[in-house]
Each structure stands twice: as structure tokens, then as C-alpha cells.
Design a protein around this ligand. Structure first.
Ligand SMILES: [Fe+2]
Length: 497
């Protein structure tokens, strides 16, 4: 019995109850159950069944026509779907024709009422689903604006789409393509239960992402139409994530559950909207990353220019940046944190821009006044960088990289753990590099001597924990940078000659 037939059967039962309330004898007959009469068989049961059969045999069975069943006694049948017939007895004093009109109108009214209630119910269900989808989109948008890791944001998007739509699983995949930002390149995030084993699934999805053609994109893959749809045994929705007009990833969903296994239009619209969000999200990440790379490039050029004021400090900032990052990693900091330490190391001496070249490059002994000017470079650097949001977390390293563990450093004479950790790391990296390279006042010291000096100063100039971490740093890469910078300088000299 379909939904409409069920509703109509409900109409006949309602008419039966109303007839009963009006004191009219009435019965509901069910043809499929062999014309069982409800409720109870009437005294003239044969006539009632005969009237029902006569009605069903007529060319227009739904129009009630009275059947004479006795002297001044009629049976008026009202036919419903599925062979159910309501029969109402029309005795003396009642007009059978009027009873027919009355029954027909009552049935039509009830039918309309039930249909309207059904429409309202459907509409309110759709409205509720739309509200939930809109709210989910809002939640996704808000989370994408947060500072969480991009991969974690993808997991959240996947989880929310899976929660709101009746799919068995949802997946976000980004192509292994240089246009995709580093954090998301080649990433595959799946939420829900996919009937394929993880390794096979990831292989199929990555292959699908790599080979999907931008022209004539197929949004719904019927079961069996591609490797993934075949393995899942269901339709696969596949919406492209784009960046600068090119497809860089996909939002996939499959194994739809519920009464209707076919993907519906509102579900497609929702998936479309989320895929668009993901495209915008990636674009923001890419633009931010470009901007950051540009800013870091500018900083590198600036610090290199400052280092170049003195021939003996060329490449110093880049090497200190590398060593600071290596110490941070050796201390167990994650890649993001270590990268921030690297940037702080890169800009630690930016304040030297405010120190005259004649003082920075002076070969002889510095006067007290000249020495005082050099000692001002951490505060000058701090003053230069403090308005730049991107470099906010480098400020403690810039200001305090000349403090000493025993409190005899500058500018504030901070002691022990009062000195920010990043400044303690840069302080050691700075001293190591200064001793390892030639200066205007002395040649480079041998490696063993430098390491012995660092060890000797542990607990006085340096934090012992950082000295221990430095002992775990592989210095071969540092030596490679030193050699590379030396070769580049020699090549420059040859070109100039
Ligand atoms: Fe410095």
C-alpha cells in the first residue's frame, strides 16, 4: 500500500467514525481480506456485501450509487483504494441521493485535510533539514576562520557533512599538486564507515583525484561506473574543489542510507556549497602562505643587508636562524614552533641597522661609548619590529638574546628562566656562530675549542638544558650552509675581478 492509499484508507475510517456518531449504520469491507465486514457483520450482511461488489464493478466505482437492499432501505457504498469499501445503510426518512452527496463531500473534505497535513509535515521536515544544513554551513565557516591546523579543519568539515547528510561516509581529498598548500597537499580525510579497506580506499581516492578531468566533471557516479563506486556498490557524489580555476581536490560522499538510495538535489546543493567553502578556505591559506613567504623573503634580504655591513658577519643571521631552529627541534618542539624560533633567529640582530657601520666594522678596540651603542641593538630591533603582527612572537628573542643565564647580560640583566626560552636558544646559537666564523678582531676558532667553550659556559652564560639540547644537533648541515655561503662569496669576488 503506497502513502496515498494509506491516507485514503484513513479517510474511510474517519467517515465510518462520523457516520457512527450520526447514528447511521455503517461498515467497512476489505476486499483483499475476502470482504470481511467491520465492525461486526450486519443482520443483512449479504446485501451489504452485494452493494460493495456492485459498486466495485461499476465503471466509476468512486462515485457512490445507492443499492436497494429492502423496502425503503438502501446501502450506499463509498469505494476507497485497495478494495476497501465503506457501506452506509440508508433507511426510511433519509434520501439516498442526499446521503451519496453528503458522503462524497465528507470524504473529499477529509482527503483534502489529510493531504494538507501531509504537505505541511513534509514542508516542516524540509524546513528543519534546511535549517540544520544552513547552521552546519555556518558552523563550518566559523571553524574555518579559526586558527586550528588546516588538516584538523578538514576533519571537522568532513565530520559535519557526515553528520548532517545520510551518507555512509564523506571524504575530503586534495591533489598531490604544487598548487595545493603544503599543509593539505595529498591529504585524504574520511569520516564514517566506508566498506573498502583503508589502504585500498586511499589508493582509489588518490587515483580518482589525480585522474579526474576538469572538463565534463561527473558529479554523481552511478554504482559500478568507476573503481570506487564499484567497490562501494553505491552512487558516489564527487564535487570539485577549485583554486584559480583549476581542480585541486574533491569532496566525496558515498553509500547513502535511508529510504531513497539515490542522491537528491538538496543534498547535492549542500555538498556544492561545502566544496565552494573548501575552495575559498584553500585560497585564503594559499594567499596567506604567499604573503608570509614574501615577508620572510623581505626579512631575509634585510637581515642579509645588515650582516653585509661587516664583511665578517655575512650570512650570520641565516646561520643563527638555522641553529636556533635546530636547537628548538632538539628540545622537542614541533615544526611550527621551531619555524617561529627560526624567524626569531633570522631577525635577532635587525637593530644593528641603527648602529653606524664604522663601529660595527671597527677592527681595533671599541671605546666605552661605541660599545654602549652596539649594546643598544636589541632594543632598537625590538622597537623596529614591535608593530609587525607577523613577527610579534619574535620580540622576546630580539630583545633578550644578549641576556646571560647568570644575570650578567643586557639589556635588562634577566637571570635564569626569567629570560624567554627563545632568547636563550638564540643566545647560544649566536655565540656558537660568532666563535665559528672569522671576525675582524680574531680568526675562526676550531670546532672542538668552540664546543669546549660552550660546555664551559653552561650554567654561567648559557642555560644548561639548552647546552644539552645543542649537543644533540647535527652540525653537518650548518657546515654545509657555511661552505655554501663561502663559495657564493668567492664566486662574487671572481665576477667582480
Ligand atoms: Fe646581537
Amino acid at each position: 500500500m503506497n502513502k496515498h492509499q494509506e491516507e485514503h484508507t484513513g479517510v474511510l475510517e474517519s467517515v465510518l467514525r462520523r457516520c457512527d456518531a450520526l447514528g447511521l449504520d455503517s461498515w467497512l469491507l476489505d476486499q483483499t481480506a475476502g470482504f470481511i465486514v467491520q465492525p461486526g457483520a450486519p443482520a443483512h450482511g449479504c446485501e451489504v456485501v452485494r452493494a460493495a461488489r456492485a459498486a466495485l464493478a461499476r465503471p466509476a466505482p468512486h462515485e457512490p450509487v445507492p443499492v436497494l437492499i429492502g423496502p425503503e432501505e438502501w446501502a450506499v457504498p463509498l469505494v476507497g483504494p485497495c478494495g476497501r469499501v465503506l457501506v452506509v445503510r440508508c433507511g426510511a426518512g433519509l434520501s439516498p441521493a442526499r446521503l451519496c452527496v453528503f458522503l462524497r463531500e465528507m470524504a473529499d473534505d477529509l482527503d483534502r485535510q489529510i493531504r494538507d497535513a501531509g504537505l505541511l509535515h513534509d514542508f516542516s521536515g524540509k524546513l528543519m533539514q534546511s535549517y540544520e544544513e544552513t547552521y552546519t554551513l555556518f558552523r563550518i565557516m566559523r571553524f574555518m576562520a579559526s586558527s586550528a591546523e588546516p588538516l584538523q579543519q578538514m576533519r571537522m568539515v568532513c565530520g559535519n557533512v557526515h553528520q548532517i547528510l545520510p551518507f555512509g561516509w564523506v571524504c575530503v581529498v586534495f591533489r598531490d599538486d604544487p598548487r595545493v598548500v603544503d599543509d593539505l597537499r595529498g591529504a585524504v580525510v574520511v569520516c564514517g564507515e566506508c566498506p573498502i579497506a583503508k589502504a585500498d580506499r586511499e589508493k582509489m581516492i588518490a587515483q580518482m583525484a589525480a585522474t579526474a578531468s576538469e572538463d565534463g566533471w561527473t558529479k554523481v557516479h552511478p554504482p559500478g561506473s568507476c573503481q570506487l563506486a564499484k567497490a562501494c556498490g553505491s552512487e558516489i557524489v564527487c564535487d570539485p574543489i577549485t583554486y584559480d580555476g583549476a581542480v585541486i581536490g574533491m569532496l566525496l560522499a558515498g553509500n547513502k542510507g535511508g529510504a531513497d538510495p539515490e542522491v537528491a538535489s538538496p543534498e547535492m546543493q549542500f555538498i556544492d556549497a561545502v566544496a565552494d567553502f573548501l575552495g575559498t578556505f584553500h585560497e585564503n591559506l594559499a594567499r596567506f602562505s604567499e604573503q608570509r613567504a614574501m615577508s620572510i623573503g623581505t626579512l631575509q634580504a634585510l637581515t642579509a643587508a645588515i650582516d653585509a655591513k661587516d664583511a665578517y658577519t655575512r650570512g650570520h643571521s641565516q646561520r643563527v636562524a638555522f641553529l636556533s631552529q635546530s636547537i628548538a627541534s632538539a628540545m622537542g618542539m614541533g615544526p611550527d614552533h621551531a619555524e617561529r624560533v627560526r624567524i626569531a633567529g633570522l631577525v635577532h640582530d635587525v637593530g644593528k641597522i641603527g648602529v653606524p657601520e664604522a663601529i660595527l666594522c671597527k677592527a681595533g678596540k671599541l671605546t666605552d661609548e661605541e660599545f654602549a651603542m652596539i649594546r643598544r641593538h636589541p632594543e632598537i630591533g625590538h622597537g623596529i619590529l614591535k608593530g609587525i603582527v607577523l613577527l610579534e612572537d619574535t620580540l622576546p628573542g630580539v630583545l633578550h638574546h644578549h641576556e646571560r643565564w647568570d644575570g650578567r647580560g643586557y639589556p635588562h640583566g634577566l637571570k635564569g628562566e626569567e629570560i624567554p626560552l627563545v632568547a636563550r636558544m638564540i643566545g647560544l646559537a649566536d655565540t656558537f656562530d660568532a666563535m665559528s666564523s672569522s671576525r675582524s678582531y680574531r680568526p675562526a676558532m676550531p670546532r672542538e675549542k668552540v664546543l669546549a667553550e660552550i660546555e664551559r659556559c653552561s650554567g654561567t652564560q648559557f642555560d644548561p638544558t639548552i647546552v644539552a639540547a645543542f649537543g644533540r644537533v647535527d652540525l653537518s648541515q650548518y657546515d654545509a650552509i657555511l661552505q655554501q655561503q663561502h663559495d657564493a662569496e668567492m664566486a662574487g669576488h671572481r665576477r667582480a675581478a
